[in-house]
Design a protein around this ligand. Structure first.
Ligand SMILES: [Zn+2]
Length: 395
C-alpha cells in the first residue's frame, strides 16, 4: 500500500518560561545551522570532504566546552538543524536550489525534535528538558509519528507533527461532500487542495531559473537588444536558446499539471476552482508571471475537458467570490484587503487559524458543493466545519 506523510500544524499554548525555552532552542538551531554552514565552507576550502554527519560529530565534541548553553535545550535542536543544512547542500549540488544562506532571527525561528524524543498525550506534548506544553487541539492523525518541528509565526508558537498514513483509496461515489474538492492555484505551490494537500510541483523552474536569467542578460547586451537595432546572428541564436528553455519549463509544468488534473477528475465528482485572477497575475514579477500564467491556463483547460470525460461537475467560482477572505469555519468575511504576503490568518469571530491557501480551497469546495446541490436538486450534506491545517511534506 502506498504511504504518504502528512503534517498537522497545531498552535501551542506555552507559558512564559516555555516561550523562553522555545526561543532558546530556536536560537540554538539557528546557531548550529550557521556554525555548520561556515565550517562547511572553511573545511571545504582547505580540501576536506565535508558531510553533515561529520559536522554534527564535531559540534557535539566541542559544545560542552565552547557552547555550554546548547545543553539547556533538546539535543535535537542542533542535530536536526545540521541535518537540514545537509539537505540544503544536497539540493544545491543537485542544482535544485542556490547555495545555502545563513539563517536569520525572526525569519528562521524553529527547531526540530526527532520522534524518539517527544510524546503526545491528548492536547499536550512533552519536550525534552522542558516537560509538558499545552496544545490548542489534538493531533488529527493516528499513524506512526515521524518527527515534529516547533516554529514561531507572527509571534505565536506552533508544532507541526509529521505522521505516516496509508494513502487513501480513490472515492467513486457521486455527489457527496466526501467526493468534492476545492483547488486553489498559486505561485508558491502548483495547487493547494481543500483536503490540505499542497502540490509543490516540479523544481524545474527553480533549477532552470539561473540559466534563464543569465541568457536574458547576455541577450540584452548583444547587438539587436535595443529598439531599432538590427538583430545580429548572435542575438538570434541566443533568443532561440532562451525560447527553448522557456519551452522546456512549460513542458515539465504541463506534464505535472496533467498528473494533477487526472488525479482530481478521477477521484472527485465535484470540483471547485477559481476564475483566473488576471489583475493579480499582472502584479507578479514578469518571469514568474509568464510561467505561472501558462500553468493556470493549462490547468483550467485540462480540468475542463477531463471533468467532462469523467462526469465530474466542475464549478468555477464567480469572479467576485472572496475565497481567500471568507472564514471556512464560520463564514465570516474579512473586510479590506488580504495581501498575498499574509500566508496565515486568524478569524476574529471563531478564532480559527487559517492557512491562507487551504482556507481558500475549502471555500471553493463548499461553494462548488452548494452550487451543485441547487443545480441538481440532489441531497448533499454540507458541512462547514472542514477546517484543516494538514499539509503534506512537500508543502
Ligand atoms: Zn471564523
Amino acid at each position: 500500500m502506498k504511504k504518504m506523510i502528512l503534517a498537522h500544524k497545531i498552535q501551542l499554548d506555552p507559558n512564559n518560561s516555555q516561550k523562553h525555552y522555545f526561543a532558546k532552542a530556536a536560537g540554538t538551531a539557528r546557531f548550529a545551522y550557521n556554525w555548520a554552514l561556515e565550517e562547511w565552507g572553511r573545511q571545504y576550502s582547505v580540501g576536506f570532504k565535508v558531510t553533515e554527519s561529520s559536522l554534527r560529530r564535531q559540534l557535539n565534541a566541542i559544545k560542552h566546552e565552547k557552547y555550554p548553553w546548547m545543553l539547556e535545550v533538546t539535543k535535537c535542536a542542533a542535530q536536526l538543524a545540521i541535518m537540514n543544512l545537509g539537505r540544503a547542500f544536497a539540493n544545491y549540488f543537485n542544482k535544485l536550489s542556490d547555495y545555502p544562506q545563513y539563517h536569520k532571527k525572526w525569519r528562521h525561528d524553529s527547531f526540530g525534535i526527532s520522534n524518539d524524543q517527544f510524546k503526545i498525550d491528548g492536547r499536550k506534548i512533552c519536550i525534552p528538558k522542558l516537560g509538558w506544553v499545552r496544545m490548542t487541539e489534538e493531533l488529527r492523525f493516528a499513524g506512526k509519528i515521524m518527527g515534529a518541528v516547533v516554529s514561531r509565526t507572527a509571534g505565536k508558537w506552533f508544532v507541526s507533527v509529521q505522521v505516516v498514513l496509508p494513502e487513501a483509496e480513490p472515492i467513486h461515489q457521486h455527489h457527496n461532500i466526501d467526493s468534492a474538492v476545492g483547488i486553489d492555484l498559486g505561485v508558491q505551490n502548483l495547487a493547494v487542495l481543500s483536503n490540505g494537500a499542497k502540490v509543490a510541483g516540479a523544481k524545474a523552474y527553480k533549477a532552470l531559473r539561473p540559466r534563464i536569467r543569465r541568457l536574458s542578460k547576455s541577450l540584452s547586451r548583444k547587438t539587436g537588444g535595443r529598439k531599432g537595432e538590427c538583430k545580429s546572428k548572435n542575438y538570434i541564436r541566443a533568443q532561440i536558446k532562451l525560447a527553448g528553455l522557456h519551452a522546456r519549463i512549460a513542458n515539465i509544468r504541463k506534464d505535472e499539471t496533467h498528473k494533477l488534473t487526472s488525479m482530481i477528475t478521477k477521484n472527485y465528482s465535484i470540483i471547485g476552482i477559481e476564475k483566473l485572477n488576471i489583475a493579480g497575475m499582472l502584479k507578479n514579477h514578469r518571469l514568474a508571471r509568464s510561467i505561472s500564467d501558462m500553468s493556470f491556463f493549462e490547468f483550467r483547460r485540462q480540468i475542463e475537458y477531463k471533468s467532462k470525460m469523467t462526469g465530474s461537475k466542475l464549478n468555477i467560482a464567480d469572479w467576485h467570490y472572496p475565497s481567500s477572505k471568507l472564514c471556512s469555519t464560520c463564514g465570516y468575511k474579512m473586510e479590506g484587503d488580504l495581501p498575498l504576503s499574509i500566508r496565515e490568518w486568524e478569524c476574529p469571530i471563531c478564532k480559527s487559524h487559517h492557512d491562507r491557501d487551504i482556507n481558500a480551497a475549502i471555500n471553493l469546495k463548499n461553494n462548488a458543493v452548494s452550487y451543485t446541490v441547487s443545480a441538481c436538486g440532489e441531497l448533499v450534506s454540507v458541512t462547514t466545519s472542514t477546517k484543516q491545517e494538514l499539509s503534506n511534506q512537500s508543502g
